[in-house]
Design a binder for this molecule. Structure first.
Ligand code: HEC
Length: 159
């Protein structure tokens, strides 16, 4: 019984040793998960912004599309406060365009996030008003909030 136990333990250990590297390769780390979450959120916000701009083209703005997009952008602007946990910055094995300044200049980064949250609120209010001119003006403010943060905290596209 005890020799059988020893054998099983050894076999189990061997199995664990053999599969651990595979698990390490396929199971995302918390940092990789954080990057995935924020890229997905940023893509969704980018698509929503583009949809809103498309909805503004032409003589009859597509108000429902614009209002749905504004809601997505507003939700994203709030969720973004959780998208940059410590340790999810540039590192080996982590593909991210987030600059280290996000974590070394937290006050400035927080201000850029707050700026987006305010601009997203204003855009949402304008979208609900249904006034195309107000929506265009708020969209410029929103685009400015994106650019303000990207200029400081995102590695420019290499392509
Ligand atoms: C507070 C800072 C901040 C604000 C505000 C901000 N972004 Fe970004 N954005 C980033 C950072 C940092 C990255 C790079 C993230 C990464 O690679 O991990 C990024 C990346 C992106 C990406 C690329 C995602 C991908 O495919 O890799 C899109 C799209 C995007 N942002 C859209 C927007 C839009 C649209 C707005 C405004 C409505 C906005 N962002 C506002 C910081 C910000």
């Amino acid at each position: 019984m005890s020799s059988h136990f020893r054998f099983s333990t050894a076999a189990a250990l061997a199995l664990i040793c053999a599969t651990a590297p595979l698990l390490a390769a396929s199971t995302p780390t918390p940092a990789q998960n954080a990057v995935r979450t924020r890229i997905a959120g940023l893509k969704e916000m980018g698509t929503a912004f583009k949809n809103a701009m498309d909805g503004l083209r032409g003589s009859a703005p597509q108000m429902i599309l614009i209002q749905q997009s504004a809601r997505t952008i507003k939700n994203s602007s709030q969720a973004m406060f959780t998208w940059f946990p410590a340790g999810s910055g540039p590192a080996r094995g982590l593909k991210t365009a987030a600059k280290p300044e996000i974590w070394s200049k937290p006050v400035e980064f927080r201000a850029a996030q707050d700026g987006l949250a305010r601009a997203a609120d204003a855009f949402q209010t304008a979208a609900m008003s249904g006034n195309a001119d107000a929506i265009r003006a708020a969209a410029r403010g929103l685009g400015g909030a994106c650019k303000n943060c990207h200029d400081q905290f995102r590695v420019p596209d290499q392509h």
